[in-house]
Design a protein around this ligand. Structure first.
Ligand SMILES: Nc1nc2c(ncn2[C@@H]2O[C@H](COP(=O)(O)OP(=O)(O)OP(=O)(O)O)[C@@H](O)[C@H]2O)c(=O)[nH]1
Ligand SMILES: [Mg+2]
Length: 333
């Protein structure tokens, strides 16, 4: 991408210039190697200015009201002096194509507010590529002075785990329904949820919402804790009527203080960085292997042998690894 130098971008970002932020995110999301190198050089310079935001993940089934809630919560916070960013992690956004429009219309007020920044999911498709880019984008926004960052994801596949791996507090949003509330929870979410929120507690649904909240609060009382000093609370909100929003924010702050008090906030972030590096490296290594000129043919041969059932799967893996170690010790082979 021809454009301003890394130094100029850095200066622009630090002063909060939106077009510099936009350019940096474009670099981060680019699939070109040369842009990747520039993006990482930029991040390396920005790193000392990162880490100051309150990072919150929010997940829930499609239509639970995540974007609507973030619009009111985001406005609530900017009106109290915060600068708020909302990032989306949506591994399916390339196929559905609806996420950008949805985000802009559901966050109608926040998306027009100069104190806020909304970024839909990068359209690189696979979650493996989306999560590291969202993480990097978060760092750019922190360097630009955004002090509250929300990461919204629809609860499909591994997206919750990916988001949990980049935030301080993980919020699970649900809506009242007739049956057993716990049946609506995916197993993995039980262990991750640090705050549970029942949305749409308004109109005819108000009673069912309170019942759902009560059931969930009970359940989380008996479930293993996410942290020894924290019992996952269950709250009621109505995003449409902007009710329960300050109470939710107070819980976010309380959770963060609980983590910080024991040193676990810093430990969590250190651990997140470590994991992010290894996950990214593992995926990157496989891509490198597949593209390697002399390994490619060997891997394709092994793959074919496995497909045709001429070779056990693990034997193919063992052979691939021994060929790899030859390449590593003698790169010219
Ligand atoms: N009655 C009521 N409706 C709500 C409330 N919050 C959201 N909705 C409605 O629920 C629908 C979905 O809201 P969104 O905010 O787009 O939900 P989402 O969870 O972001 O959806 P995806 O991004 O598609 O996963 C919209 O029609 C909203 O108007 C609420 O508090 N009460
Ligand atoms: Mg949404």
């Amino acid at each position: 991408m021809a454009g301003p130098s890394i130094e100029a971008l850095e200066t622009g970002i630090v002063s909060g210039d939106r077009s510099s932020i936009g350019r940096a995110i474009t670099l981060i999301e680019s699939a070109r190697d040369i842009d990747e190198v520039s993006a990482q050089a930029l991040l390396a310079r920005l790193l000392p200015r990162t880490g100051n935001a309150i990072r919150v993940g929010i997940t829930g089934v499609p239509g639970a009201g995540k974007s609507t809630l973030l619009d009111v919560l985001g406005m609530h916070l900017v009106e109290r002096g915060h600068r708020v960013a909302v990032l989306a992690v949506d591994p399916s956004s390339t196929t559905s194509g609806g996420s950008i429009l949805g985000d802009k219309t559901r966050m109608a007020r926040l998306s027009r507010d100069a104190r806020a920044f909304i970024r839909p999911s990068p359209s690189s498709g696979e979650l493996g590529g989306v999560a590291p880019r969202t993480r990097d984008t978060m760092l750019v926004l922190e360097a630009a002075g955004f002090d509250v960052i929300f990461v919204e994801t629809v609860g499909v596949g591994q997206s919750e785990t990916a988001v949990h791996g980049m935030v301080d507090t993980f919020v699970w949003l649900t809506i009242p329904n007739a049956g057993d509330e716990l049946q609506g929870i995916k197993r993995g979410v039980l262990e991750l949820a640090e705050i549970v929120v029942v949305n749409k507690a308004d109109g005819e649904r108000a009673v069912a919402a309170e019942r759902a909240r009560h059931e969930l609060a009970n359940a989380f009382h008996y479930l293993p804790r996410t942290h020894r000093d924290w019992e996952t609370p269950a709250l009621l909100v109505s995003a449409i009527e902007a009710r329960g929003v300050e109470a939710l924010w107070q819980k976010v702050i309380a959770h963060r203080e609980t983590l910080a008090a024991s040193g676990d906030l810093e430990r969590r972030r250190r651990d997140q960085r470590k994991r992010a590096m290894w996950i990214d490296l593992e995926q990157g290594l496989v891509r490198t292997l597949r593209a390697h000129p002399s390994l490619r043919a060997i891997l394709e041969g092994l793959e074919q042998a496995v497909i045709e059932n001429r070779m056990p799967t693990r034997q193919a893996v063992i052979e691939a690894r021994s060929k790899l170690s030859l390449v590593v010790t003698d790169p010219s082979s």
